[in-house]
Design a protein around this ligand. Structure first.
Ligand SMILES: Cc1cc2nc3c(=O)[nH]c(=O)nc-3n(C[C@H](O)[C@H](O)[C@H](O)COP(=O)(O)OP(=O)(O)OC[C@H]3O[C@@H](n4cnc5c(N)ncnc54)[C@H](O)[C@@H]3O)c2cc1C
Length: 362
């Protein structure tokens, strides 16, 4: 018998478990893989976002803005490698200029620090870019995700929590005031818990089908939106994150960095039917076309396949962006169950804020 079972040891499950175990709840994270944070949490841009793009009344906005502040503080405190690079959002044509204005207004509504900047300011440390207008977001940066995951794990263990690796959640039944949870590690076993929190990311639909009495109409369908990254060998001419004006399902093929200063481009967006991380090298020409619009000097021989990631979307390809979904008893009718779905970008940035938010819900 334990207080809380968290399904999924990505940055979301770990952040929630960290907050709960530090507040005195006996917490166990079930993670089916050999290591925590090995799925979507490791297949992203590693960018600490500011919270500019999302509607002001979205949970996403609130949690991203709060999470941005928390993650910088945490990174400093735990000596996690990170850097506040600052980000320029650039528009390359007239339509994008209009969109840039809309992004600026949204950023202001969200109370995020953002400014319109002169071309010279952008080009000072980012030579060779072609664009018509730009915005600057000083609070955007990059964090070393593996170091972040290790720090969260350390905190959980320090406050007596447990991360049970190679342990799959199979199903849960509610019996009076507790959940009876079946798991598979080396063998099958059950554990009882007062609270159950689902953060199983891309596997959410399956997890929810295995929670007894969870209403089917409250399960969001997962739409897998795959993204590719190409790395750029050699020295980067850019000192800031460079984002073109965003598309409907992503923030565009942008310039990002690892913390060793290596530069990469991505991610693109492709909706797929099954989880598949293979790399489609033929996308190189599409990437070159897109990058050349703002950086015509690109040396295409320096662009090499890097990795892919899959966004756990609950938004259909032609639908307007949905908010993070964090369901409680009021939504699904099961007491002491919290269910998180659609935690796509900016989930990494928001993770510590989500930890606090869910703890408050409990
Ligand atoms: C291409 C891409 C770029 C992104 N860029 C950014 C960015 O720059 N900044 C940002 O803030 N966010 C970004 N994100 C979003 C961010 O990566 C996610 O929001 C975040 O990683 C979600 O974490 P999670 O813990 O919910 O999911 P996951 O990391 O997928 O964790 C879920 C865990 O549950 C486990 N699990 C599943 N089923 C079971 C089971 N039955 N039993 C036990 N364990 C189970 C899995 O093994 C997994 O470890 C990006 C995402 C993608 C795909």
């Amino acid at each position: 018998m334990t207080d809380v079972i968290v399904i999924g040891g990505g940055v979301i499950g770990l952040s929630i478990a960290r907050e709960l175990s530090s507040s005195g709840k006996e917490t166990i994270v079930l993670e089916k893989n050999e290591r925590a944070g090995d799925v979507t949490s490791s297949r992203n841009s590693g960018v600490i976002h500011a919270g500019i793009y999302y509607p002001e009344n979205f949970l996403k906005t609130k949690l991203c803005v709060h999470g941005n502040r928390l993650i910088y503080e945490y990174a400093k405190q735990k000596k996690i490698n990170h850097k506040k690079y600052g980000k320029f959002i650039i528009a390359s044509n007239k339509t994008e200029l209009l969109n840039l204005e809309a992004i600026f207004n949204q950023g202001k509504k969200n109370n995020v620090e953002i400014s319109k900047v002169e071309k010279e300011k952008v080009l000072e440390n980012n030579p060779g870019l072609i664009f018509l207008g730009a915005l600057y977001s000083p609070s955007s940066g990059v964090i070393d995700v593996p170091e972040y995951v290790t720090a969260l794990e350390g905190d959980i263990q320090h406050s007596g929590g447990l991360i049970s690796l190679r342990t799959s959640f199979l199903n849960a039944k509610k019996k009076k005031d507790k959940f009876i949870i079946s798991c598979l590690a080396e063998e099958e076993f059950t554990i009882e818990s007062k609270y159950l929190i689902n953060c199983s990311g891309l596997s959410n639909e399956l997890t929810l089908k295995n929670i007894e009495d969870f209403p089917e109409d409250k399960i969001y369908k997962n739409y897998y939106a795959k993204g590719h990254y190409f790395k750029y060998s050699g020295k980067s001419p850019f000192s800031n994150l460079i984002y073109p004006v965003s598309g409907q399902h992503s923030l565009g093929i942008h310039v990002g960095f690892d913390l060793a200063g290596g530069m990469r481009f991505g991610p693109d967006v492709e909706f797929i039917n099954e989880i598949d991380y293979s790399f489609n090298e033929s996308l190189k020409s599409k990437f070159i076309e897109s990058i050349s619009q703002y950086w015509p000097e690109i040396n295409t021989t320096k662009l090499h396949p890097d990795y892919t990631g899959i966004r756990p979307k609950i938004t259909k390809p032609n639908e307007k962006m949905k908010d993070f979904s964090i369901q409680t008893f009021a939504d699904h009718g099961i007491k002491n169950l919290i269910n998180l779905q659609g935690i796509e970008s900016p989930g990494l940035t928001s993770s510590l804020a989500i930890g606090k938010f869910v703890t408050n819900l409990l």
